[in-house]
Design a protein. Structure first.
Length: 139
C-alpha cells in the first residue's frame, strides 16, 4: 500500500454557513462548493479549495450524526480528520487490517463520490484518518 496525496482536512463545525463566511472573508478563499447533505453519513458538507488541497467543512444532520458527538466535546468545532488518497481502496483496507489497525466499517461512498473508509485514531498516531480511493477524474 502506498499513501497518496492529502485530499482534504475535515473540519467539524456547528454552522457551515458561519464557517463559509470565515474562510471567504477572513482566509480569502474564493472557491467554495455549495453545501450538500450526505444523509448516509449523517452530515452536511462543502469543500473549500486551497492551492494544494481542500478543507471539508462538516456539519451534523441531527443528533445521530457522528459529528454531533464531536461537537458536544468541542463546541466551537475543529479538525476532525485527515483524508489521504489511495489507488485501490480494497487493497488499502486489507493492508491496514493486516497491520492490525482498526478499520471503522466497510468502504462506502464519501462526499467526493468515491469509496472511503476511516481508520481509528489509536492506530494512526491519534488522528482519525479517512482513506479515499482517488477519483477517476482527479488531478
Amino acid at each position: 500500500m502506498k499513501l497518496g496525496r492529502l485530499n482534504h482536512v475535515g473540519v467539524a463545525t456547528p454552522s457551515i454557513a458561519d464557517s463559509i463566511a470565515f474562510y471567504r472573508d477572513v482566509m480569502g478563499a474564493s472557491v467554495i462548493t455549495e453545501p450538500f447533505d450526505l444523509p448516509a453519513q449523517g452530515v452536511k458538507v462543502c469543500f473549500v479549495d486551497t492551492p494544494n488541497s481542500q478543507i471539508e467543512l462538516i456539519e451534523p444532520l441531527g443528533e445521530a450524526s457522528p459529528i454531533h458527538g464531536f461537537l458536544a466535546k468541542n463546541p466551537a468545532g475543529g479538525q476532525h480528520h485527515l483524508c489521504y488518497e489511495v489507488p485501490d481502496i480494497h487493497a488499502a483496507k486489507a493492508w491496514f487490517e493486516g497491520k492490525g489497525a482498526k478499520v471503522l466499517g466497510e468502504p462506502r461512498i464519501g462526499a467526493h463520490g468515491t469509496l472511503i473508509f476511516f481508520v481509528h485514531p489509536k492506530d494512526m498516531g491519534g488522528v482519525l484518518t479517512e482513506i479515499m480511493e482517488t477519483p477517476k477524474d482527479a488531478h
